[in-house]
Design a protein around this ligand. Structure first.
Ligand SMILES: [Zn+2]
Length: 241
């Protein structure tokens, strides 16, 4: 199974062959542009188009026994494809693009707030990141710093490094609890800025290619979750007065 979104996050449609249909109805393909839920980013929704024009609505995409196994979960009462059948895949691009903007905003927040991350969740309207920190930070100041990075329109690109490279640069990993997967060879770094001047960190999610594409965002709330944990919420649009 080839995960096409790894090299091209902007691929909203692709052709693929059905390799198997699970007992629970989950559809497996030889290649896919559907991102599977991982690293705090929800999986794609959309539909699969058959040769006869019939469509199979996909309610979600998840990983199976291993991260490289991607399962397309049909909505209830959808037709089931045949093994070997050719399908045209269509992701819900509007939703995915919002998730890409939000996910990228999470990276920018981790630049503005350089504290260890203990949890993160990306959604279409509201994302949250939990930081291991006891400092009190003004949300308007965080919003202003994030918007500076967005307006500067830094490029965002990926780069593959070896596990040895990562071991030699342990500071690249910002998550306290989640380590990048080991034993699969290369690790994908997501870099922001020329020569990664703004940031670089291991990530398998989907991102926009320049920071201005994130658009206007603001920190909606900073909640205190225990003595050494702060939960930040990122929202689209300007901060309300
Ligand atoms: Zn990411």
């Amino acid at each position: 199974m080839k995960a096409l979104f790894v090299e091209d996050a902007y691929l909203s449609t692709a052709e693929a062959l059905v390799t198997s249909v699970r007992e629970d109805g989950g559809i497996m393909l030889d290649r896919t542009c559907f991102y599977a839920t991982s690293g705090g980013q929800p999986g794609d929704t959309g539909f699969l188009e058959r040769d006869n024009g019939e469509t199979i609505a996909i309610a979600g995409t998840v990983t199976g026994a291993s991260k490289s196994e991607i399962i397309h979960v049909p909505a209830p009462d959808q037709p089931s494809p045949e093994v070997g059948e050719k399908l045209v895949l269509h992701i819900d691009w509007e939703r995915r693009h919002r998730l890409m903007r939000m996910h990228t905003a999470c990276h920018l927040l981790s630049v503005v707030c350089p504290f260890p991350i203990t949890g993160a969740s990306v959604s279409e309207t509201d994302s949250r990141i939990d930081f291991d920190m006891s400092e009190t930070i003004d949300k308007a100041e965080v919003t202003a710093k994030m918007m500076d990075l967005i307006r500067a329109n830094h490029p965002i690109y990926t780069k593959w490094i070896t596990e040895e490279d990562l071991d030699a640069n342990p500071d690249l990993v910002k998550s306290k609890n989640v380590r990048p997967p080991r034993g699969q060879g290369e690790i994908r770094l997501v870099c922001i800025g020329e020569d990664a001047a703004v940031d670089s960190q291991p990530c398998g999610g989907t991102h926009v290619t320049e920071t201005a594409e994130v658009g206007e965002i603001h920190i909606g709330k900073i909640e205190k979750k225990g003595k050494e944990n702060r939960r930040f919420r990122i929202r689209f649009g300007p901060a309300p007065d």
